[in-house]
Design a protein around this ligand. Structure first.
Ligand code: GAP
Length: 513
């Protein structure tokens, strides 16, 4: 089984959504009430997949390193934290409404262009951001020219986002929903923080927020960890947990949702100008290497370096690791150099010193920070996309049959193995299989299945990404005590002694981990 797998072709988002629903990975939240936009539930297999991803991250980032410790802070924190961090005033996205269709857009995801024929503007087109938006806009420009029966040469369509529109253009740009100009509002800022109340009084003093990132819980505990954790700079604090954002346009399945999970590290360093560029590069490489460890092939991952002029005032550098999602290359993991901004802000707002005494340098300073921030759900989507595979394999009658399977890396696969007795009405086969199942499940999540033709049972496990199927047959109980182990990807089988199966799986999991 290859460690780093690559899909035969990229699945469509619809194929992934359908497979996830059919096999119990991911369901729309509150489905019996018609669903709830931007919220998703993880079913039995999705919960395992997600847990395995989080465990693999924690193992690599916390347990296998001497310089990172873990944290689990609360979702609701003192509201002053979000004033200090800048979220209350500045965590906004620009929003545009279509007054006619009542559809809502994010202005930076809404693109428009004037349609020019021989230098003359004959109207405007608009599209929502997507991998195919250029082609879509060109098609709309051709259609407009045809509709208005304008003769001449259509000039190339140059798309700009709605934030770049001049006020006099607002009335001319059509809404993507209706195709008619004049119904879009100018962009206005919308704060993404979810508000809630703490305590019995419903007044201003009880207002609180659900955290929009796990990071601030780390900054707020910086002193606690330094004072109790025997840590020395450089060191990191890692946290996995829920985050909430009232996204204007949740979309692309679990890619952008309103409730999601993050895996974040704040890596504290000294303030020397020479330090952060080195640590920043190390973190980009560490993050890329970890993605390959969980089966995301390197060629599907890119680096998007934010241009200097787009960085926030305190940021020295940000690189997004992008992934080739079914809807185009998009951010998976952000690695940001945030300087001493956050700790300084908390020092200012809380009145508590965030200074650190560096024994080696005999110096006091507010540490700087490099922040690798990864979404769990986006990682689940990336893992599913990379694993989705198709081929043809012989069915029970020996005829070629199309197979859809998930080539999960064994580390993240919901089930590590499945155990089958060849026939369910032969007690000696069933008992041996059950005994093996009992033995293996003490170590891993292992499936047991006695029903149906063996080919169908293999196919079911292929579709949920189980790397190995172990079959107890008559040779096991009557002849040499060996079982067959079938490999999901190649479908080839080997015979292994019954008492060597646990070691056989263990070795492969260790090699791949
Ligand atoms: N502390 C920094 C921070 O939160 P971010 O770029 O806003 O930075 C970090 O988010 C990561 O969290 C993203 O790269 C993405 O993987 C994930 N993420 C952000 N918003 C998300 C959403 N609405 N749904 C799912 N994942 C999201």
């Amino acid at each position: 089984m290859s460690e780093t797998t690559s899909p035969t072709r990229l699945p469509t988002l619809e194929e992934l959504v359908t497979l996830c629903k059919r096999r119990g990975f991911i369901f729309p939240s509150s489905e019996i009430y018609g669903g709830y936009a931007g919220f998703f539930d993880y079913g039995p297999l999705g919960a395992e997949l997600k847990k395995n991803i989080k465990d693999a991250w924690w193992k690599a980032m916390v347990h296998e390193r001497d310089d990172i410790v873990g944290l689990d802070s609360t979702i609701i924190m003192h509201p002053e934290i979000w004033k200090a961090s800048g979220h209350v005033d500045g965590f906004n996205d620009p929003m545009v409404d279509c007054k006619e269709s009542k559809k809502r857009y994010r202005a930076d995801q809404l693109f428009f262009a004037p349609v020019r024929v021989d230098g003359r503007v004959i109207g405007y087109v608009s599209v929502e951001e997507s991998g195919t938006m250029q082609a879509e806009a060109e098609e709309k420009a051709h259609e407009l020219k045809r509709k208005l029966a304008v003769q001449g040469t259509l000039e190339p369509v140059v798309l700009r986002d709605y934030l770049e529109a001049k006020p006099e253009e607002y009335a001319l740009i059509p809404s993507p929903a209706t195709g008619k100009p004049g119904s879009l509002t100018p962009p206005r800022q919308f704060n993404l923080m979810f508000e809630t109340r703490v305590g019995p009084l419903a007044d201003a003093s009880s207002k609180a927020y659900l955290r929009p990132e796990t990071a601030q819980g780390i900054f707020a505990n910086f002193k606690n960890v330094v004072d109790t954790g025997r840590v020395k700079i450089p060191f990191g604090i890692a946290q996995i947990g829920k985050a909430f954002r009232n996204e204007i346009t949740p979309r692309n399945f679990i890619f952008r949702s309103r409730e999601f999970e993050q895996m974040e590290i704040e890596y504290f360093i000294d303030p020397d100008e020479a330090t952060w560029p080195r640590v920043y590069r190390e973190w980009i490489d560490t993050c890329k290497a970890w993605l390959t460890r969980i089966g995301i092939p390197a060629h599907m991952v890119g680096e998007d370096v934010h241009p200097q002029e787009k960085l926030s005032h305190y940021s020295k550098g940000t690189t997004d690791l992008t992934f080739e999602f079914p809807f185009g290359r998009q951010e998976l993991w952000g690695i940001a150099c945030r300087g001493d901004f956050d700790l300084k802000q908390h020092q200012l707002h809380s009145g508590k010193s965030m200074e650190y005494f560096d024994e080696a340098r005999k110096q006091k300073y507010i540490p700087h920070v490099v922040e690798p921030s990864l979404g769990v759900d986006r990682t689940v989507l990336a893992v599913l996309t990379a694993a989705y595979s198709e081929d043809e394999v012989p069915n029970d009658k020996g005829e070629p049959e199309r197979r859809v399977f998930l080539k999960f890396h064994p580390t993240v696969a919901p089930y590590k193995a499945a155990v089958f007795p060849l026939l369910k009405n032969k007690p000696e086969l069933v008992e041996t299989a059950l005994r093996l199942h009992r033995q293996l499940r003490r170590r891993w999540n292992v499936f047991f299945d006695a029903s149906g033709a063996i080919g169908r049972r293999y196919r079911r496990q292929d579709e949920i990404g189980t790397p190995w199927c172990i079959t107890i047959d008559f040779e096991t109980v009557e002849k040499d005590g060996t079982v067959t182990i079938r490999d999901r990807d190649s479908t080839s089988q080997v015979r292994v002694a019954l008492d060597a199966v646990e070691g056989w799986i263990d070795k492969r999991l260790q090699d791949g981990a």
